[in-house]
Write a protein that binds this ligand. Structure first.
Ligand code: NAP
Length: 245
């Protein structure tokens, strides 16, 4: 993957962090995007460089269209191109349907849907000229399961699945593949913040009896980006320890 450039949004922590490290190990030059946590983002860059890779951190709130545009522009200014975009930055906010605030609705929609759309638009503009590119959207198994409290979150992830299919069809003529991964419960800060009794309840519903790791998701993301999947587009790959069966 030498000379290829991958941008991972929300790569300072969790799944994005693992994706950045994995893609860096595979030889991609990696842009580690983050929102606020400079220290964590710089640590990811250091880890990639210590392993012999190339990486840089770029701070940008991808729910803001101007910042998403700046992020892709800076990626191309730094490394000359963008070959792989991993739309990963997302938030979850569980609230019973009647308790959902307008703020929660807007925050989830702005980042989990609009952020993906803004980054994809800007990245595709750069990919067109080369007639090749890969977009990988991090969805969630919540797009397919009814998880109480997740009306907004699951709506956003359902939208991610829909945009994956639609964009895959629209962009195929330009050599750009679009796929998604839909993780179940993955041991990141997002799951750590759940109350202990909820974690136990969720664990009991997973046939493999454990939460997944961010590294397991990163393995799939790297596979979707690479030569094993050059004939795959528009798919949503579920990684959930059997939760959705
Ligand atoms: P996480 O540990 O909470 O990390 C979130 C990452 O997103 C951080 O790097 C954070 O940056 C970044 N971020 C937050 N807001 C941002 C913004 N406005 N612009 C740019 N970056 C932003 O999350 P995670 O668990 O790894 O989840 C990553 C993705 O996987 C999300 O799309 C999530 O919906 C999906 N997912 C997660 C699970 C799970 O169980 N964990 C399951 C299914 C799907 P800072 O460090 O700067 O705050």
């Amino acid at each position: 993957m030498e000379n290829k450039v991958a941008l991972v949004t929300g790569a300072s922590r969790g799944i994005g962090r693992a994706c950045a490290i994995k893609l860096g190990a595979e030889g991609y030059k990696v842009v580690v995007n983050y929102n606020s946590n400079d220290e964590a983002a710089n640590e990811v860059v250091s880890l990639i460089k210590e392993a012999g890779g190339e990486a840089t951190a770029i701070k940008a709130d991808v729910s803001n269209p101007a910042e998403a545009k700046m992020l892709i522009r800076e990626t191309v200014n730094t490394y000359g191109q963008i070959d792989v975009l991993v739309n990963n930055a997302g938030i979850v906010k569980d609230e019973f349907v009647l308790m959902m605030s307008e703020e929660t609705i807007n925050k989830c929609l702005d980042l989990n849907i609009k952020g993906y759309l803004y980054c994809t638009q800007q990245a595709v503009l750069k990919m067109f000229s080369k007639k090749q590119g890969v977009i990988i959207n991090v969805s969630s198994v919540s797009s397919k399961l009814a998880v109480p409290g997740q009306s907004v979150y699951s709506s956003t992830k359902g939208a991610v699945n829909a945009m994956t299919a639609t964009m895959a069809k629209e962009l195929a003529p330009y050599g750009i593949r679009v796929n998604a991964v839909a993780p179940g419960f993955i041991a990141t800060d997002m799951v750590d913040q759940l109350p202990e009794d909820k974690k136990e309840e969720y664990l009991s519903t997973i046939p493999l009896k454990r939460f997944g790791t961010a590294e397991e998701v990163a393995e799939m993301v790297a596979m979707l980006a690479g030569p094993a999947c050059t004939y795959m587009t528009g798919q949503v790959i579920v990684l959930d320890g059997g939760l959705s069966l």
